[in-house]
Design a protein around this ligand. Structure first.
Ligand SMILES: CC(C)(COP(=O)(O)OP(=O)(O)OC[C@H]1O[C@@H](n2cnc3c(N)ncnc32)[C@H](O)[C@@H]1OP(=O)(O)O)[C@@H](O)C(=O)NCCC(=O)NCCS
Length: 394
């Protein structure tokens, strides 16, 4: 077995750890594909439901398959009453990502297929999770504000129903379609940190809910799904700033990062960001609030110019840079932006968990178990002398 001593502490950048048939990111050329289809094509022509089906089944559905899939997602929107009772016991200040993470084992308890590890049962679990993560995020927002969760409107799409269950108002069809497209854009992204966490957990043969709970935890960090909240905070802070270029320069000089910029894999424009930027302006136009997108574009321009001047020509906006103003314009509360990422990414997580469990891309499932080099205390073969606690001095 070769020892890759030069791969330590670099976050596994550029180290292939598995094969996958689900999605691919070509970072040099800014291309993202799901199951062979370019993200631009899916964003233009597909829906979240169809994309989720594609991710799970490795093929676009027929009309009949899609309609049956939609009906199963709609049916799964009904969660047992004990679930909401449990959510109501959480302190209202619980962060929505923590509430979501805490909800996943409760959803496991409500799943009739939990102990069935067949492929069919795992697909059924994936469908329930895809449907219910959205229900949880909307329900927790209402519960923390002392309002009752709203039953699903079964005629609405996944995206539109999420807005309905969140606000209790019938969503505008165009706004719902914008959200639908945003969900398509966020649904998968090869071996990103949260997906890797899901797959690593699945490799232990833990059930799908354990994997998804791990994915939610990984997504919550500010270098991953949490970045969209940092972006909206930054834009809010910059609303009255006249000298954006000066602000960017000062941020970089003091060693801070411009949130929503840069990517571990893309070394050119993130194709999702281009879509979201366009969507931001269209949505802003519709709502008569173009200043958020205009401000984002000014920060982008100033940051890219400053990065380029510093020889960092590959740092460009990532998916979070324009999803943040888009969600803000949709009226999504800021701390729900990362949970909304999970509402979409759960489609990719569950597809990856199934691929991992059944060795779909490489024949044989295997437990992840990387090695490490020990650099701590060493007292020879016999080990350090253990002193009883009363003999130890400060
Ligand atoms: C996502 C991210 C972790 C990718 O990191 P990476 O490709 O591994 O790049 P590194 O963090 O190693 O950065 C490479 C260099 O560019 C700089 N850089 C990268 N992104 C930057 C940003 N957004 N602002 C300022 N500097 C940045 C780093 O400081 C580093 O500089 P150095 O070589 O002088 O140390 C990084 O770009 C980042 O922190 N971005 C902001 C958070 C964010 O938007 N996350 C969402 C990702 S989808």
């Amino acid at each position: 077995m070769p020892v890759l001593t030069n791969t330590k502490n670099i976050g596994l950048r550029g180290v292939p750890v598995a094969d996958t048939r689900i999605s691919d990111v070509d970072g040099a050329n800014g291309v993202l594909i799901y199951r062979g289809y370019r993200i631009e094509q899916l964003a233009e022509s597909s829906t979240f439901e169809e994309t989720a089906y594609l991710l799970l089944h490795d093929a676009l559905p027929t009309e009949e398959q899609l309609s049956a899939f939609r009906m199963r997602l709609v049916a799964a929107r009904r969660v047992p009453e004990f679930f909401f009772e449990a959510l109501k016991r959480l302190p209202a200040k619980t962060h929505p990502m923590d509430a979501l993470q805490a909800s996943i084992p409760l959803l496991a308890a409500a799943d009739p297929d939990l102990d069935n590890e067949s492929r069919e049962a795992n697909i059924a679990k994936a469908e329930r999770l895809i449907s219910r993560v959205a229900v949880v995020v909307a329900a927790w927002h209402r519960i923390r504000n002392n309002r009752e969760p709203i039953p699903s409107d079964d005629l609405l799409s996944h995206a539109a129903n999420f807005l309905w269950q969140l606000t209790g108002e019938q969503p505008d069809a165009e706004v719902a379609r914008f959200l639908d497209v945003a969900l398509v854009l966020h649904a998968d992204h090869s071996f990103n940190a949260s997906t890797f966490a899901c797959r690593e957990i699945a490799s232990t043969k833990a059930h799908m809910y354990a994997g998804v709970a791990g994915g939610v935890g990984a997504l919550s960090g500010s270098l991953h799904g949490g970045a969209n909240v940092q972006v909206i905070n930054m834009l809010t802070e910059l609303q009255d700033e006249q000298d954006i270029a000066g602000w960017v320069r000062r941020e970089l000089e003091s060693g801070r990062k411009i949130m929503g910029m840069g990517h571990a894999v893309y070394k050119t424009a993130d194709p999702r960001a281009r879509f979201l930027k366009d969507m931001c302006f269209r949505l802003g136009e519709k709502l008569g609030q173009n200043h958020w997108c205009a401000l984002s574009a000014r920060v982008e321009e100033a940051a890219v110019a400053e990065f380029t001047a510093r020889g960092k020509t590959t740092i460009r906006p990532n998916v979070d840079f324009f999803s943040a103003p888009v969600y803000h314009l949709m009226g999504i509360p800021h701390d729900l932006m990362t949970p909304l990422f999970a509402v979409s990414r759960v489609a990719g997580w569950t597809a990856h968990i199934i691929e991992e469990k059944f060795g779909d891309a490489q024949g044989k499932p295997a437990l992840y178990r990387p090695s490490s080099d020990y650099t701590g205390s060493y007292c020879g073969k016999t080990g350090c002398v253990y002193k009883p606690i009363e003999e130890r001095k400060g």
